[in-house]
Ligand binder design. Structure first.
Ligand code: NAD
Length: 423
């Protein structure tokens, strides 16, 4: 492990997970391996203090981050997460996975990510706006439409992107729609962006199922996380003939062997804020989620969920990673040993950043596409990228994750070599 004084990763922590993925890809990089060390450290990491006055008159301070892991292939690109467990180490790992993801689907971006260590559920809307605006001003010295373009991630959404866009625009004295993606449509957002990540999870999952001869009709699917990514993916699987038999979120776990009614569940979650208490299913213990018999298991919540212990219990054929970094290195090793195919995050959830790229292009050209055009282009990019990764995996007889890293790291390091080292 490189000796960075500002993080102390362990084997299964987020940055430790990323580093072990880089170790695995190194033998497949040929002469470009001489540059691999550049991937083991972020280019730039900014830590900011965010003081705000709360509604009750007290002053609260929050810790914020923006990490640009790589700007080799283009501007930084990656979401902003609001969560009480956010740390510099986590944001570093998420930024590095963005470098890999953007290169895996060949978008002209580097990789970046941001976060604020807070529980947004504890803040009023006004307080949330203040935190967002102050954070945007603080990281304003390194973001911009051609420098680094944030987007939504866990607990952030179109409203937060609107405040970010407005704050950045006020600071530079011009309306800069291209500074963030995932914006509401009236501010230069793109049709299809909200559903894009979940749609991509479905499209890539369907390709993997075809390759592995797993029929879609009647396929058993379980989803952890029923937010932006998990709910859209689940809905698309169900609409295409699969049965969503279990769903887990932060409120609990529900199970129905004959398949959950997706529209009823979506209505329930919109009404009460989580899956717990849904009438059309039985409640099961959270840990029992990992024992449910499935064909496709979709972790779509947070990282580090599929540990070695849980991997030993899974009854599934495919793990389709909607979340970023949901499988630990030890979990990965157990899944490989058991012959369970892992479709890695860097391709499975790349739909969101792909439509973010379309949004950015539309903002620059001030010419907007129809939702059909967006979806056709999205599917084409993801299907093409998955095919290349599948073939690399077969060629070297390596897991899909190492194949995706091989394709991506080769692109990043080729660009690195051609640019050369400054000065
Ligand atoms: P979200 O905030 O919309 O939803 C998160 C979901 O996870 C919620 O249903 C929540 O209840 C659930 N959850 C939280 N903690 C949990 C726990 N301990 N156990 C079980 N469930 C829990 O977030 P999202 O945008 O859907 O993101 C989910 C994952 O997908 C994250 O890893 C994120 O980085 C990744 N991702 C998101 C996007 C995007 O466009 N939103 C793109 C790529 C990857």
């Amino acid at each position: 492990m490189p000796n960075l004084s500002f993080v102390t990763p362990t084997r299964n922590s987020p940055w430790g997970t990323y580093l072990s993925q880089i170790d695995a890809v190194e033998p497949y990089l040929g002469k470009l391996a001489r540059w691999v060390e550049t991937l083991r450290r972020p280019k730039r990491a900014l830590i900011v203090d965010i003081p705000i006055e709360l509604d009750n008159g007290t002053i609260a301070h929050y810790e914020g981050f923006r990490v640009q892991h790589s700007l080799t292939r283009g501007p930084g690109k990656g979401g902003v997460r609001y969560h009480p467990d956010v740390t510099l180490e986590e944001v570093m790992a998420l930024s590095a996975w963005m470098t890999i993801k953007n290169a895996a689907v060949n978008l002209p971006y580097g990789g970046a990510k941001g976060g604020i260590r807070l529980d947004p559920k504890q803040l009023s809307l006004k307080e949330l706006e203040k935190v967002t605006r102050r954070y945007t001003s603080e990281i304003g010295i390194i973001i911009g439409p051609t420098q680094d373009i944030p987007a939504p991630d866990v607990n952030t959404n179109g409203q937060i992107m609107a405040w970010m866009m407005d704050t950045y625009s006020m600071n530079v004295g011009a309306t800069a729609t291209g500074v963030v993606t995932g914006k509401p449509i009236p501010l230069g957002g793109s049709l299809g962006r909200v559903a894009a990540t979940g749609r991509g999870v479905f499209v890539v999952g369907r390709e993997a199922m075809r390759r592995l001869n797993v029929p879609m009709e009647g396929a058993r699917v379980a989803v952890q996380g029923f937010g932006n990514v998990g709910s859209v993916a689940a809905k698309m699987f169900a609409a295409n003939g699969a049965k969503v038999v279990a769903v887990q979120d932060h409120t609990g776990t529900i199970h129905n062997d004959t398949g959950l009614d997706m529209q009823d569940l979506l209505d329930h979650v919109a009404r009460v804020g989580g899956v717990a208490g849904f009438k059309g299913a039985e409640a099961i213990a959270n840990e029992d989620f990992w024992d449910v018999k499935t064909d496709v298991l979709i972790p779509a919540a947070l990282e580090g969920q599929i540990t070695a212990e849980r991997a030993k219990r899974l009854h599934t054929r495919i793990v389709l990673e909607g979340a970023n970094g949901p499988t630990t290195p030890d979990g990965d090793a157990v899944l490989a040993e058991r012959g369970i195919i892992v479709v890695p995050d860097v391709i499975a959830n790349a739909g969101g950043v792909t439509v973010s790229y379309f949004e950015w292009v539309q903002d620059f050209s001030s010419f907007f596409w129809t939702e059909d055009e967006i979806n056709v282009r999205l599917d084409k990019i993801l299907i093409g990228a998955f095919k290349g990764i599948w073939e690399t995996s077969e060629q070297h007889r390596i897991p899909l994750r190492t194949a995706a890293f091989t394709v991506a790291c080769t692109r990043v390091l080729q660009a690195r070599e051609e640019r050369g080292l400054y000065p």
